[in-house]
Design a protein around this ligand. Structure first.
Ligand code: PEP
Ligand code: MN
Length: 304
């Protein structure tokens, strides 16, 4: 069995079906090919700095929306680790809606992330917003995050596709799940198949919450694609009190991980304070979701 991927016009021109050694040519019907279940039946298991996601492994990624200082990240990371969180997140390059909002500490933030990661023993993920930062994010973090606003930034997708580090690809604010899969295909087609998909809520007519968390996406993506799927109920709801129940619902729906914004002092957070849990609330969430993790028969594993 041989798979061929590339420009459809070129493949047709090769007339594979006329070769005597070829019994049958079956086109893969989905527009996305490498990430599709047709292409690979078994779940992909992706490791972020030794912590696995997919194939029965569930990870809890947590940390502040933005890295604000060494003290802030260190205190938050220690609390997350003590409660059983498995991967540390924190933005150094923040894609803010307003140009006047805190934009992140940049490379200085990446260095803080790297230092805290080593001191606390948690692997890391951080957002990349520009191709020119691929080298520095790769140097200081264990995984790239492509944010909702850049899901269809195809040059950026191709740039991380040329590297080996895992990529967490978040669903765009107004993107369909098939758009998300096509964006994942952009990364995979460059050679990097270490991709994790993230549902983080979409824009709807509903205004009571920041976004509408589309949990339909979880089983849909799991059925059509072999990549791990995680959920971010922090951005999905935008409301601290809704994060724990929706995190549990995400696990119940089959997610391979959750991403939770946690801050050592949410009232002072420079971004997304309203949706950030404090360390005690994060501990409560971990205790609560562990029952759901057991029910779905998944395993939460720390860095080995
Ligand atoms: C984030 O994870 O802090 C973030 C900006 O998320 P999103 O891209 O989903 O808005
Ligand atoms: Mn945020």
């Amino acid at each position: 069995l041989l798979g061929a991927i590339g420009d459809e016009r070129v493949l047709e021109g090769l007339h594979f079906d006329s070769y005597p050694i070829v019994e049958k040519v079956t086109p893969i019907l989905t527009a996305y090919k490498m990430v599709s279940r047709d292409f690979q039946k078994e779940d992909s298991v992706i490791s972020i700095g030794g912590v696995k996601l997919g194939g029965g492994h569930l990870a809890v990624i947590s940390g502040p929306c933005a890295i604000e200082s060494y003290e802030q990240l260190y205190t938050t990371a220690v609390g997350i680790k003590e409660s059983g969180g498995t991967i540390l997140r924190g933005g150094a390059f923040k894609p803010r809606t307003s140009p006047y909002s805190f934009q992140g500490l940049g490379v200085e933030g990446l260095k803080i992330l790297n230092r805290v990661s080593q001191e606390v023993g948690l692997p890391t993920v951080t957002e990349i917003v520009d191709i020119c930062d691929v080298d520095s994010v790769e140097e200081y973090a264990d995984a790239f995050q492509i944010g909702a606003r850049n899901m269809q930034n195809y040059r950026l997708l191709q740039a991380v596709g040329k590297r080996n580090k895992p990529v967490i690809l978040k669903r765009g604010l107004a993107a369909t799940v098939d758009d998300l899969l096509m964006s994942a295909e952009y990364i995979a087609s460059e050679g990097n198949t270490n991709i994790i998909l993230c549902e983080r809520g979409i824009r709807t007519f509903e205004t009571a919450t920041r976004n509408t968390l589309d949990l339909n996406a979880v089983p849909y993506l799991k059925q059509h694609c072999h990549l791990p799927v995680i959920v971010d109920p922090s951005h999905g709801t935008g409301v601290r009190e809704l994060v724990q129940p929706m995190a549990a619902a995400s696990v119940a729906a089959g997610a391979d991980g959750i991403m939770i914004e946690t801050h050592c002092n949410p009232t002072m957070a420079l971004s997304d304070g309203k949706q950030s849990l404090d360390l005690e609330q994060f501990e409560d969430l971990m205790v609560y979701i562990s029952k759901f993790v057991d029910v779905v028969g998944k395993e939460m594993q720390n860095k080995s």
